[in-house]
Design a protein around this ligand. Sequence first.
Ligand code: FAD
Length: 299
Amino acid sequence: MVLDGIPGRVEKNYPLKQLTTWKIGGTAELAYWPRTLRDLRAARQRAAAAKVPVWLVGKGSNLLLPDEGLPGITLVTTQMRSIHWEDCTVRVEAGYPLARLAQEAGERGWSGLEFARGIPGSVGGAVIMNAGAHGGEIASLLERVSALTPDGTIRTFERREIEFGYRSCSLRGKVWIAEACLRFFPGDRAKILHTMQENLKRRSLNQPLEVPNAGSVFRNPPGDSAGRLIEAAGWKGKSIGGAQVSDKHANFIINTGEAKASDVLALIAEIQKDVQQKYGLALQTEIEYLGGNENQATK
Ligand SMILES: Cc1cc2nc3c(=O)[nH]c(=O)nc-3n(C[C@H](O)[C@H](O)[C@H](O)COP(=O)(O)OP(=O)(O)OC[C@H]3O[C@@H](n4cnc5c(N)ncnc54)[C@H](O)[C@@H]3O)c2cc1C
């Protein structure tokens, strides 16, 4: 087997449902949890030598995984979680939970990640998506990242070398982020922690956090909100199979129990068609369907 003897957890025919917040998908031929950059690099080298595709997953909170499963290696970064604080900067590995980092920064009195307390992604996934909320985004704290490049070398990218936009980062699909360095701002500890609690409260009031979902499914079109358009078009509560547009927030699609990726894709397509017809707007997805395109894998 391609990963024989590699350090870290390896599972055959692993249920993809367990790797995403949507709890949807077939099985991974092989799932692998590297613990260090060295493991990550070794997996990449082995996969390249064996010409096996590799699919990179963080905390799976922005991903739809296919019913047919994923061939090759599904590489999950969540065991890469070392962290080093130095004054107001932190060096943190890609698999570290973003929300935990936000909480820890707040407890130290460092401001900047208040927006992130309710975002269930990893640090690596957050950089790649330029995760943001409540007017903040991770790009504004980032100093640099270390990443594994397609030729197997480890490179540092300074902030100025990376382009960020609304939920976009120029490194997406090009490198595997291993570590990020973030710089915080001095703040008032009590105020930072209070802001986080308020943000969390707002989320639990407005988002269907009690059921499996993947956050906002569509990007907001310039000057408008995808949720508002979908609600106005009458989609709240409508479903296809086990996928349902949330009653609480129309830009969330929930898994009512046994949703298939094909149900979610069909619902997305119907919403896009309807919103286009009614308002002349082409809604773009924010979530990513991994496995829908062979080019998303590293070979
Ligand atoms: C309830 C809920 C609320 C949410 N709220 C918000 C919000 O307010 N704001 C927001 O921006 N997002 C939000 N999200 C979406 C999601 O949490 C973010 O996009 C998050 O940054 C994704 O991180 P992840 O680790 O889960 O990435 P994944 O979903 O695992 O992966 C997303 C993409 O990043 C790639 N990737 C992951 N790790 C790496 C890495 N180390 N190197 C290179 N590529 C990598 C994957 O291949 C994939 O293409 C929400 C999601 C949920 C479920």
